[in-house]
Design a protein around this ligand. Structure first.
Ligand code: MN
Ligand code: MN
Length: 467
């Protein structure tokens, strides 16, 4: 039957936001990609672990440490590692750097619990670690879940000891206890935010006393004895440690249809992973393609591994010098002519909490990569707000490559807000827009993404690097 005039018009004029699974896709390829991603999530839960994994992936396809090379030419592949917690990597393009680079920037830190400088104490025959949470968390979500302990301890003589408790099946887990409902009458009267306070996030780490009547704090002593035998450390060595507690949950396929991924740290390892794998596949690129994996995004991007750090300019200088193009100190020229996708996750619409969302302007699971023209809260406060021309440019790439995308906001006005690394690089003169994967239960110990959207992110970053 012929379509009516109205049906034809509607086909042509309405912006149809279709579920991506309904389109022609290689479902097998999407599922396979998600498998490797989940594998990575399980091996790389902290920023240090992710950077280590990224280095391996890069080296496997011929990327070299930029510090080991004197000269760079078109097609060369290099990386720079910033204090084991951040990374820049590039495939040198045909065109001069001063004409700008094509960049994708994600972050590799995720909300977690950090040990305090003096973490270990004993009370009532139980030993605990004191923590300070890192990033925005809902404190109550972190009780009664299994936790792993990862990080490093640096001794006064400079020796760095790797701590990894959780990757072996025989490893113990750690936990924060919560009050039983039978005695929680008063606790349950409190607001959700006050029920478990920051100071309540104490990690239970032992209960067995050291057998010696002459000493006090026997449980604590026994723990220190175990740590000393295993790592050669004493209580004072915690002062110069960087130890993080992260959920022990394994990333798994979610749902009977296995259409989603449930896992810890998907903000922002879902974008870090897809942008990394995309860079591995870049070739014959005109502009230099560069990946940024930043640390400290969750706490404001400060510090020498955060996006505010001049380490990035330092890296651009290295690229200029080694390609023989640094005659007039061109760093600013490169920055002002570059284009960046700030690859970060955004909130997915959750029908269980519909009242905080403005349905016409939200990201939906399975509707492709989500583009955020601006972040911030209220009146776009603190947003870099990409210009129309750049949004058009990005759309052009997506549509040419048949990539499913949605252009969205985040929540009703006045419900809150957020930020990414976007404005930091936009302030340096680049064209920047946020583009990433929608996430359910963001910043929780077990975040949810769609396998379709993950694959779309990979395709987007790959196409963007190529320019
Ligand atoms: Mn993020
Ligand atoms: Mn975040």
């Amino acid at each position: 039957m012929d379509k009516t005039k109205g049906e034809i018009l509607a086909d042509n004029l309405f912006d149809k936001k279709e579920n991506g699974w309904l389109k022609d896709n290689d479902t097998k390829e999407i599922m396979l990609f998600a498998e490797s991603y989940m594998n990575c999530l399980n091996k790389a839960k902290t920023e240090r672990q992710f950077i280590k994994k990224a280095k391996q992936e890069l080296e496997m396809v011929g990327f070299k440490d930029i510090n080991t090379l004197d000269n760079l030419k078109t097609g060369d592949k290099v990386y720079y590692i910033n204090r084991d917690k951040g990374l820049f990597a590039s495939v040198i393009g045909e065109e001069p750097l001063a004409d700008g680079m094509q960049l994708v920037g994600a972050h590799v830190d995720s909300p977690r619990l950090d040990l305090r400088p003096n973490p270990l104490y004993e009370t009532d025959d139980l030993a605990f670690f004191k923590t300070r949470y890192y990033g925005g968390i809902k404190t109550y979500q972190w009780t009664t879940i299994p936790l792993n302990l990862y990080g490093v301890v640096t001794k006064a003589d400079g020796t760095v000891i790797d701590v990894n408790i959780g990757n072996q099946a025989s490893d113990p887990v750690f936990v924060i206890t919560d009050l039983l409902p039978h005695l929680a009458y008063k606790q349950e009267k409190k607001s959700l935010g006050d029920g478990i306070e920051g100071e309540d996030l104490n990690i239970l780490i032992g209960s067995m006393p050291f057998k010696d009547d002459k000493v006090s704090d026997k449980v604590k002593l026994n723990i220190l004895d175990i740590l000393n035998k295993k790592y050669g450390i004493t209580e004072r060595d915690f002062i110069s440690a960087e130890l993080e507690l992260v959920p022990a949950f394994e990333a798994r396929s979610l749902g009977f249809d296995k259409s989603m991924v449930a896992g810890y740290g998907q903000d922002d390892k879902v974008c870090a992973y897809t942008s990394l794998i995309a860079l591995l596949n870049v070739k014959n690129n005109k502009k230099t393609a560069t990946l940024i994996l930043a640390d400290k995004e969750e706490i404001g991007s400060m510090g020498n591994t955060g996006m505010y750090s001049n380490t990035f300019e330092y890296y651009v200088n290295l690229l200029l010098e080694k390609t023989g193009q640094n005659d007039f100190n061109k760093v600013n020229t490169v920055l002002c002519h570059s284009k960046l996708l700030s690859a970060d996750v955004t909130a997915a619409y959750d029908p269980n909490f519909a009242d905080v969302f403005e349905k016409n302007n939200e990201s939906f699971i399975n509707k492709g990569v989500s583009i955020n023209k601006y972040t911030g809260g209220r009146g776009k406060s603190g947003a870099s707000d990409a210009n129309s021309e750049f949004v058009g440019y990005v759309r052009g790439i997506l549509e040419k490559n048949n990539i499913t995308y949605q252009l969205t906001d985040m929540g009703k006005i006045g419900m809150g807000g957020g930020g990414t690394i976007a404005y930091i690089l936009a302030n340096r003169g680049m064209d920047v827009i946020d583009l990433g994967v929608p996430v359910l239960s963001m910043h929780s110990p077990y975040e949810v993404t769609s396998k379709f959207d993950i694959y779309m992110a990979y395709l987007t970053y790959k196409a963007f690097y190529q320019g």
